[in-house]
Ligand binder design. Sequence first.
Ligand code: AMP
Ligand code: ZN
Length: 113
Amino acid sequence: MDDCLFCRIAAGQIPAEKVLENDLFVAFRDIHPKAPQHILVIPREHLGSLNDVDVWCGCQGQKLLEFMVAVAQEAGVDESGYRVLINNGPDAGQEVHHMHFHILGGEDLGDFR
Ligand code: AMP
Ligand code: ZN
């Protein structure tokens, strides 16, 4: 989508500090990091939110999980630990309407609310 920030990052039209990418997914550093390692994972395909994931076949979900583990390894937090978070919809404060997962780590993240 031309007017979607994360579609444009995936397409390389807007610069981002990419960590890892493949044919399906792109990982890049959050512009306002909330932890020493704060990486966003997006599908190249535009899905507005997690609620739209029914267009995927089962194997894409498996590939996404494997990609997120690879991102955690790349960031060096796979052994120390990390949190995977998705803000979905208004009550969760979703700001960018292209489905994305936050990977946070690099320090003790404390309790989760
Ligand atoms: P969310 O509230 O889950 O929609 O979070 C959107 C995230 O995208 C926020 O953590 C922002 O800091 C991040 N963000 C917004 N614009 C950019 C950008 N151009 N490059 C990297 N991260 C961004
Ligand atoms: Zn998009």
